[in-house]
Design a protein around this ligand. Structure first.
Ligand code: FES
Length: 103
């Protein structure tokens, strides 16, 4: 299954994703601009992604602690997520994400 990612330069990537991995880990390993500094501990928000609108409802909704962390970012979109909180399953095949500018 694949994740389609638009990076900060506007370049599109199609990444092979592995079930059971967090989306942050996949983006980090492909070096498309996500660092995942805290390793998924909801502490850094460096894994911020914007999910394509048509996909937003197909993900499990964010937990309260993810929303709280997102709120600390200066700029977010309605479909912003922290990618360390999205566990990859093959039914997400084709998921579209944009990596937002660092602020
Ligand atoms: Fe730090 Fe997601 S990797 S909050």
């Amino acid at each position: 299954s694949v994740i389609r990612v638009t990076d900060r330069e506007g370049k599109r990537h199609e990444l092979e994703a592995v079930e059971g991995w967090r989306v942050m880990e996949i983006l980090r390993d492909y070096r498309v601009g996500i660092e995942g500094i805290c390793g998924g501990g909801l502490d850094c928000a460096s894994c911020h992604v914007v999910v394509a609108k048509e996909w937003a409802d197909r993900l499990h909704p964010p937990r309260e602690d993810e929303l709280d962390k997102l709120d600390e970012l200066p700029v977010i979109e309605p479909t912003s997520r922290l990618s360390c909180q999205i566990l990859w399953t093959d039914d997400l095949d084709g998921l579209e994400l944009t990596i937002p500018d660092e602020v």
